[in-house]
Design a protein around this ligand. Structure first.
Ligand SMILES: NC(=O)c1ccc[n+]([C@@H]2O[C@H](COP(=O)([O-])OP(=O)(O)OC[C@H]3O[C@@H](n4cnc5c(N)ncnc54)[C@H](O)[C@@H]3O)[C@@H](O)[C@H]2O)c1
Length: 366
């Protein structure tokens, strides 16, 4: 297998773990350049991780050695940067959400097809040991036929700890677009695609007060729903409820539970690559913790990119696909649309579940 050279655009907070994994840990892949709208920031990141080039976006896109661009910019720039990369003949892998508007995400998929390049999207936590084990247990029949699920992301918002929390309360963010991708990617890769959505979404508080130590006391106007409740009907039959909230002080609810004809499964935090998995079948007195069947239990952000690189070489579909990320974006919009319009929304997207990860890999790659 030849080594794939990739480039990263967006050298902020999340770029460190991508650089650590893609440049220093995984085999068969190397980061040839990093870029940012702030070129000095890109140069600093390049020096920190031993990447040959820290440069402008234009310079990175002109580098013929780079075949995949990883787009770690802010959500509002995801569409524009990805379309630029595709126009330059590169495959692109976006952090979540795939884009803010459905139209930008759709254009990415159609432009990429026309150019003969690929689109991938985060999250890739579903490729980790935790969610892959859950999938195998469900597919092996441990809880029988899935009939339903619940998913909860209950919190009081990021204004107490995030250094710049303003954007979380503007359109394109809110708890669903920010955290929903983890829960919805987990649900759709465990249970299959969603066909019909309803929901209610509200702004519980018109204004938020920042309590981090940088902008302490500053107010943020809230312009997007912060308590978002959805109901999802899956093509294969299960019905799920999901709540994502920035308005809740305390809660005892789990991250994810899957209910089957023969038992219940507790799924670990889908924002992580692993965690305790528990199953309790009909006649059981207690929960039993299940051993992990797959590798990549540690923070393996970038695994979806590695899978895409290997998939291109092997001429097979990659797992964290643009179609899957688009379906998740479609569901998130549909929950908000349903609330605004007072009706169920029928979805037109609905990709097949990606192939499960192979068992027996080490933590360095395929
Ligand atoms: N921070 C996290 O813990 C985390 C976790 C998972 C996913 N994400 C996702 O990763 C993405 C980036 O998040 P972050 O926390 O690293 O943000 P950040 O604000 O720390 O970094 C974003 C970087 O992108 C650059 N940028 C913005 N617009 C650009 C453009 N048009 N062209 C080139 N560079 C541009 C900025 O200068 C900045 O360096 C987001 O989509 C976010 O949802 C973040």
């Amino acid at each position: 297998m030849t080594t794939t050279a990739v480039g990263i655009i967006g050298c902020g907070n999340i770029s460190s773990i991508y650089l650590k994994n893609l440049h220093q840990r995984f085999r068969g892949i190397t980061v040839a350049a990093v870029a940012d709208i702030d070129v000095e920031r890109a140069q600093a990141r390049a020096a920190e991780f031993g990447v040959a080039k820290g440069c402008s976006v234009e310079e990175l896109l002109a580098d013929p050695a780079i075949s995949i661009v990883i787009n770690l910019t802010i959500p509002a720039a995801h569409g524009e940067v990805a379309l630029q990369a595709i126009a330059a003949g590169k495959s692109v892998y976006n952090e979540k959400p795939l884009a803010v508007a459905r139209a930008d995400a759709q254009k990415m998929l159609t432009d990429a097809k026309a150019k003969g390049v690929r689109v991938g999207g985060a999250p890739d936590t579903f490729l980790g040991a935790g969610l892959q084990t859950c999938r195998k247990l469900i597919d092996d029949g441990w809880i029988g036929t899935p009939i339903g699920a619940t998913a909860f992301m209950m919190g009081r918002g990021p204004e107490a700890w995030h250094p710049n929390p303003y954007f979380f309360y503007q359109p394109g963010a809110g708890p669903m677009f920010d955290m929903g991708p983890y829960y919805l990617t987990a649900l759709t890769t465990l249970l299959g695609s969603v066909t019909r959505v309803s929901g209610s979404a509200q702004i519980s508080f018109a204004e938020r007060t920042i309590t981090n130590n940088i902008q302490y006391g500053e107010k943020i106007p809230v312009n997007t729903p912060t308590h978002v409740v959805g109901v999802l009907d899956f093509a294969k039959g299960p019905v799920a409820s999901i709540i994502t909230s920035f308005d809740v002080w305390h809660s005892t609810l789990p991250w994810l539970e899957i209910y089957g004809s023969e038992g219940t499964m507790l799924v670990p935090d889908p924002n992580n690559f692993s965690g305790a998995i528990k199953v309790r079948r009909g006649g059981d007195d207690t929960w039993r913790e299940m051993p992990l069947s797959h590798s990549f239990a540690e923070n393996s952000r970038g695994l979806g990119v590695l899978d895409m690189a290997v998939a291109i070489q092997e001429n097979r579909p990659h797992r964290a696909s643009g179609e899957l990320a688009y379906h998740v974006l479609d569901i998130m919009h549909a929950i908000h649309d349903a609330s605004r319009e007072g009706r169920h929304i029928l979805l037109s997207s609905g990709p097949d579940r990606p192939a499960p990860m192979p068992m027996g890999l080490d933590n360095k790659g395929f």
